[in-house]
Design a binder for this molecule. Structure first.
Ligand code: AMP
Length: 555
């Protein structure tokens, strides 16, 4: 396909505003693209190479302006191009408006004679440009780009300029390309979607849909070295999780950066970010970690910055390491990164996307068995059946300085790129109340010698308090013993296992919602209250008042 024809079609797509019409124009283009189909599918998304390849064009504005100026002739400088850009607001319009013909390019006469420039040639030349490196590579890039501009017609120049600066913006997103592939080659959208999630290669999957149909798409496999989109989480509560799945897989939520580690014992290790960027070179300790693995594997997890004691550092610290290209060794001295592996997508020749979580975790443990590394390890998982057990895990995670917990459906398969209901992220509540302890209940079983459940009250007037709920979760055994010792001397009355406590101690309590309720004197109840801390700095007179709580409910 001539690049000029491609540019005409792209202009028509850009001018269209109705989504369905855009999809249909893209589908028509796919049907007619012939051998150029993979390149066309990528170019529409503004990509020269598949998103996950480590090759990048690395063309900045100044290089693009220099190439445009040269193609426009001796009367135009790179500064003129920048001035025009300031006026026009986008590089495509500038490139289109310049008179770019007539300069002698590297290969001004293509195989089909003067001025012919095909889509395939553009793709090949941009690939050369992407791989140019080392000394003199800037000049070489300017040469290659100049040659393309020189041979392009005005519309072609418009899209070339946008393409090299990653500013395609023609209203075609990944969803449009997915739908267009399905419609062009008469295959189910779901099959295209799954194949794209597994491969992330729009070009290759368009070809597969055309040449092999649904069966070909279904056969798309994971490949070590080619990243998969990460499965994502929704926000949710412990109560939601218990209700939905009965058994809940609870993991620590690390405040780091998502990484996917691909390892082939016979080949190499690559590490990818959540955006599928290759970040291997920035994180050598993850490569060293993977060297101990003795089977091919794809691991999902979090890269976490830690201090000398191994305690977690905030997210910003890991970011300082993440995309670093220079001085990696020096930064490594400054910030230590560990890998916490929580999932396994491929182990020893077997794809595990359709395998339930707990079985994937078995594979993960097996794969990690030979690893003996300071640079991380298996992230622990516990299976909980009630909110208390979940709260225990959460208290431990928070006490260890982590961000919170993740709740996962033990039966769920791995759905790449999906923000689904099978993974729930639970961060600590932002909302807390300071409430007075006015009663308690003796515990049961292993907690029989301790006060277990604490009755909480809001301040009404002066020395008056109105009950609003009970808190029993979020308290570790150790903390429970402490609280019991502290509150026992304040018991004023006992009735069975229930005790009344003199209002002296203030608890900070997190909650998910305040509901109206006939159960408590205040007329309100806290939904899923959790112990956060004893407010040593507050007396009952400083506790939250019922008036404030009424205000919160109203707002
Ligand atoms: P958020 O970034 O708030 O949407 O939370 C989801 C992110 O939490 C994931 O993309 C991971 O980077 C991160 N995360 C930390 N620990 C875990 C874990 N145990 N399981 C899954 N994701 C985790």
């Amino acid at each position: 396909m001539e690049f000029a024809d491609f540019a005409d079609r792209v202009a028509a797509i850009e001018a269209e505003t109705a989504d369905l019409e855009i999809t249909s124009l893209v589908a028509d283009l796919f049907v007619e693209a012939g051998d150029d189909l993979p390149v066309v599918a990528r170019l529409l998304l503004g990509r020269v190479v598949p998103a996950w390849e480590s090759t990048t064009l690395d063309v900045g504005p100044s290089l693009c302006h220099a190439a445009l100026a040269r193609a426009a002739g001796p009367n135009v400088t790179a500064d003129d191009v920048a001035d025009r850009l300031a006026e026009a607001g986008e590089i495509g319009a500038v490139a289109e408006s310049l008179d770019l013909d007539g300069q002698q390019g590297l290969a001004a006469f293509g195989a089909d004679g003067p001025d012919s420039l095909t889509v395939a040639e553009v793709a090949a030349q941009l690939r050369d440009l992407a791989t140019a490196s080392g000394s003199g590579s800037r000049d070489r890039k300017v040469d290659l780009l100049f040659d393309l501009f020189n041979r392009a017609d005005p519309l072609g120049a418009r899209y070339l300029a946008r393409l090299v600066l990653s500013e395609m913006r023609i209203g075609v997103g990944e969803g449009t390309v997915r739908d267009a592939i399905a419609s062009a080659f008469d295959v189910p959208v779901d099959a295209v979607e799954r194949a794209l999630q597994v491969t992330n290669d729009y070009g290759a999957m368009a070809v597969r849909a055309r040449d092999e149909g649904e069966a070909g798409l279904d056969a798309a496999d994971l490949e070590i070295g080619r990243p998969v989109q990460a499965m994502l989480a929704e926000t949710g509560t412990a109560a939601d999780a218990v209700e939905a799945w009965e058994r809940v897989a609870v993991e620590t939520k690390y405040d780091g950066a998502r990484v996917q580690v691909h390892h082939d014992p016979a080949g190499e290790t690559r590490v990818f970010s959540r955006n599928l960027e290759d970040v291997t070179d920035a994180l050598p300790e993850l490569v060293e970690f993977a060297e101990d693995l003795d089977v091919p594997a794809i691991l999902d997890g979090e890269a976490l910055a830690v201090d000398d004691a191994g305690d977690p550092l905030p997210f910003q610290e890991v970011l300082r390491r993440f995309r670093r290209k220079h001085d990696v060794a020096q930064m490594r001295e400054e910030i230590t990164v560990e890998f916490r592996a929580f999932d396994c997508l491929h182990a020893d020749g077997v794809d595990l996307l359709d395998t339930p979580l707990l079985d994937r975790r078995d594979h993960l443990s097996n794969v990690l068995a030979p690893v003996d590394s300071d640079a991380g390890g298996l992230s622990p998982l516990t299976v909980a059946e009630d909110v208390d057990a979940i709260a225990d895990h959460e208290s431990r995670a928070l006490e260890a300085g982590h961000e919170g917990i993740m709740l996962k459906n033990p039966e769920s398969t791995y759905t790449p790129g999906k923000r689904g209901q099978n993974w729930l992220k639970r961060k600590p509540d932002v909302e807390t109340l300071d409430l007075v302890v006015t009663g308690a209940e003796w515990g049961e079983g292993r907690r029989a010698n301790h006060l277990g459940t604490f009755l909480l009250s809001a301040r009404v007037d002066g020395d008056d308090f109105a009950t609003i709920g009970k808190v029993a979760t979020g308290i570790t055994d150790e903390r429970l013993a402490e609280l019991s010792d502290r509150l026992e001397p304040l018991i004023t009355e006992q009735n069975g296992t229930d005790v009344t406590i003199e209002p002296k101690v203030v608890f900070e309590v997190g909650y998910e919602e305040i509901q109206t309720s006939p159960t408590y004197e205040s007329g309100y109840a806290l939904r899923f209250p959790r112990f956060v801390a004893v407010r040593e700095d507050k007396s009952p007179a400083d506790a939250d008042s019922l008036a404030r709580i009424e205000g919160l409910v109203e707002s």
